[in-house]
Design a protein around this ligand. Structure first.
Ligand code: FE
Length: 183
């Protein structure tokens, strides 16, 4: 009898645990942005994506695809964010990965949105880029590998870095009034 009570107790605890995690999942899903056109988009999932080009071509707009997957560069002073100064977070337009906070953005004269640091370690990854006869560092989304722009060493303090980004692959989300600073 004592054993049976123990088994029932363990079962009860297990059910409680599974309910809690199901609730957590529900909360995360509710917080996340649902994109019927892009099932890989998530602002909470940081798991790396390794998808073939054909999949990205289907789920991204032609403008985002051209920069994110074909490494094109938007014209200087043409993007929506180079001269934009609202408070909030910048996400990867291809996959929803958080990339930069507005307080790391600075007024650069180059005509592209520029930041001196990323929102967290690993949110951006780097590759040497020797295209067009130049030696540069390519900056890519740490989650989906989208081309974002380049990293230069002529930024302001405290890092001295300049993340020179294409507006079209960034998505801006303003801070909610009174909300704690995200990420
Ligand atoms: Fe991404």
């Amino acid at each position: 009898m004592k054993q049976l009570r123990l088994i029932l107790l363990v079962f009860g605890a297990l059910i409680l645990c599974s309910t809690a995690s199901a609730e957590q999942i529900k909360t995360v899903k509710k917080m996340d942005r649902h994109r019927p056109d892009n099932p890989y988009y998530s602002r909470v999932d940081t798991m790396k994506l390794n998808l073939p080009d054909g999949v990205w071509k289907k789920v991204l707009s032609p403008e985002v695809y051209a920069v994110a997957r074909k490494k094109q560069t938007e014209q200087a002073f043409s993007g929506k964010l180079w001269d934009y100064n609202e408070k909030g977070t910048y996400y990867c337009a291809a996959c929803g990965n958080a990339l930069f906070r507005s307080d790391a953005k600075f007024a650069s004269t180059c005509g592209w949105p520029s930041f001196f640091e990323t929102v967290r370690k690993g949110s951006v990854t780097y590759l040497p880029d020797r295209s067009y006869g130049m030696v540069r560092t390519e900056a890519l989304c740490g989650r989906c590998g989208a081309h974002l722009g380049h990293l230069f060493d002529d930024g302001p303090p405290p890092t001295g870095k300049r993340f020179c980004m294409n507006s079209v692959v960034l998505e801006f989300e303003p801070d909610k009034p009174g909300a704690k600073k995200g990420h």
